[in-house]
Design a protein around this ligand. Sequence first.
Ligand code: G1P
Length: 279
Amino acid sequence: MAIEHIVIPAAGRGLRMMPVSRAVPKELLPLADRPLIHYLAVEACLAGARELLFVVRKGATALQRYFEHDARLLADLRAAGRGGAADDLEWLHARGVRVRAVPQEHPRGLGDAILCARAAVGKTHFGVMLPDVWVHPPETGMPALAACFQRDAESSVLLDRVPAGEVQKYGIAATRRRPGGGLWLRGVVEKPGPATAPSRLALVGRYLLPPEIFPLLERAAPQHGGEIQLTDALAALLEEQPVQGLRCRGKVHDCGHPAGYMRAFTVATRLRLQSRPAD
Ligand code: G1P
């Protein structure tokens, strides 16, 4: 069983990345010479996704435009000796993955953004990828959850250990060992204080969820600022069905705040120059 749809919430105001996000949507900020969504799309393709559903503010078209095929541009790039850039764009196009924008009328948090994609997803398991998290190598992100789904037909979330002083920035999981390998989620809590956090295992923005999450999102009580939290619906889901927790075997970069973004940029630039000298 492969996952068809991946929902990518991208309608936030990018407050943590102001002032730059006032000029450029944060999903389009570069890591080396590619925007964040390029890395995300590669990871989604490697997970076998057939459709990317970007949840965007009404009228926003920049993300979709990035994926439009432009044969003339590719030819011009090659003629100008920029074959590497053309290859990057062509790789995505050749995967044949569809890109759709789903409008979110009023941003009311991550849970609400996912609810906006309900009709497009239908009654199947689906992926969620948060665009301000870069997982490297990409195979250790969404593709690892997709492989788990293919093997066990179960939902899962990607986990990464964070420093004790950072638990209040993330959804944090309580887990127990799963016979046969991996972890079960026992509970999840959104942004707990260091004293009450059940562990240091953070939910890092990659989820493979069942369609049963939608009614739970609908019922989730709005939290601070009227936001509907995915973590709350996930906690309710755990009452109904098992969800696996997968420790990420790669490196998770949180690009959603300036310091994390700048560190990720440096790492991505180093990797990029190692794999292909700048042309
Ligand atoms: C969101 C989720 C949180 C998760 C985090 C990962 O928080 O609500 O559970 O751990 O993404 O980056 P946000 O970063 O939007 O505050």
